[in-house]
Design a protein around this ligand. Structure first.
Ligand SMILES: [Zn+2]
Length: 275
C-alpha cells in the first residue's frame, strides 16, 4: 500500500515524465472508485497542460493550466505506469492519459480503493479528503511539541494514532512500524502516555524513516521506469516490517521481530528494544 515515500517517488517520477506536457487524450474506463470519479473529468483534462506537481500526505495533486487540479490517491493497490504508445494495457487501467510528445500514463487500481478527483485550485483546504489532514511530517513545523499536542487526550495505542491521518499525514502501516522501532517505543503504549522527550524522538524517527525511503526510491527510480514503466515502488530494506522472527538490526534480542495484530493490522516490533 503506497505511503508517503511511494507517493513522493511517484510525484518525482511524474515531474520527469509529464512535467509541462499537454494532455492530448483522456480515457476514463471506470468511475466507481472509492469515490465516484466526476463524469466531466476526461473533458476537463483534454488540452490541459501539466503545471506544478505537489503532494499532501498520501495524496498527489497535479495542477493543470486553467485553474484545475487532478487529485489522486492510490488506496490499497493503485499504481501509475508511464511509457510510450507500446506500454501494455492492463486490466484495471481506470484512467489513461496520452501526452503531446507520446508519453502514455495509466492509473491502475485492481481493488479500486483509490481516488481520482478534480477540483478547482484554491479548494484544497475545503476538499473532504484533504481538509482534515494533519501536519506534513517533512515540513519544518513538525516536531515533538506538535506531535505531542496531536497525541494528547488520545486513549488509543500509539500505533493506531500514527495511522490516523489527522495526527500526521502520510504514514501507513509500514512506516508507523518502522518509526516506532527507530524511536524505541512500544506500539502498545497509549498515545497520550508519551513524555516530551519521547514525542521528540518519535517525530525525529518519523522524519528519518520517510527520508530514507524517499532516498531509496529516488536511487532506484531510473531503473524501475526503464524496466516496466511503473513509478513509485522500490526495493527497500525494512528494520522490522514483514520480518517476523528475523533478527532486528543491531539488537541482541533472542526472539527477533515479533508480530501482533492491532486494529486488524499487523504490527511488527521488538519487545526488548521498544518500551
Ligand atoms: Zn530486537
Amino acid at each position: 500500500m503506497p505511503e508517503l515515500p511511494e507517493v513522493e517517488t511517484v510525484r518525482r517520477g511524474l515531474l520527469v515524465t509529464i512535467g509541462g506536457r499537454r494532455i492530448l487524450s483522456a480515457v476514463l474506463n471506470r468511475s466507481d472508485l472509492r469515490r465516484p470519479v466526476p463524469p466531466f473529468l476526461a473533458e476537463r483534462l483534454v488540452g490541459a497542460r501539466i503545471g506544478a506537481l505537489t503532494r499532501r500526505g498520501k495524496y498527489l495533486l497535479i495542477a493543470l493550466d486553467g485553474d484545475g487540479l487532478l487529485l489522486v490517491h492510490f488506496g490499497m493497490s493503485g499504481r501509475v505506469t508511464a511509457g510510450g504508445a507500446d506500454l501494455p494495457a492492463l486490466r484495471h487501467d481506470h484512467l489513461i492519459l496520452t501526452f503531446d510528445e507520446g508519453t502514455v500514463l495509466r492509473f491502475n487500481d485492481p481493488r479500486r480503493f483509490g481516488v481520482i478527483d478534480y477540483l478547482a485550485r484554491g479548494e484544497e483546504d475545503r476538499h473532504p479528503l484533504l481538509a482534515g489532514l494533519g501536519p506534513e511530517p517533512l515540513e519544518p513545523g513538525f516536531d515533538g511539541v506538535a506531535l505531542g499536542a496531536a497525541l494528547a487526550h488520545r486513549s488509543s495505542t500509539i500505533k493506531a494514532a500514527l495511522l490516523d491521518q489527522k495526527v500526521v499525514a502520510g504514514l501507513g502501516n509500514i512506516y508507523a512500524c518502522e518509526a516506532l522501532y527507530r524511536a524505541r517505543l512500544s506500539p502498545r503504549r497509549r498515545a497520550d502516555s508519551l513524555a516530551p522527550r519521547q514525542t521528540a524522538r518519535l517525530a525525529e524517527a518519523i522524519r528519518t524513516v520517510l527520508e530514507e525511503a524517499i532516498c531509496a526510491g529516488g536511487s532506484s527510480l531510473r531503473d524501475y521506469v526503464q524496466i516496466n514503466g511503473e513509478l513509485g515502488y522500490f526495493q527497500h530494506q525494512w528494520a522490522v516490517y514483514a520480518r517476523e522472527g528475523k533478527p532486528c538490526p543491531g539488537c541482541d534480542c533472542k526472539k527477533g521481530v515479533r508480530r501482533i495484530v492491532q486494529g486488524g493490522r499487523s504490527t511488527f516490533f521488538c519487545a526488548k528494544r521498544q518500551r
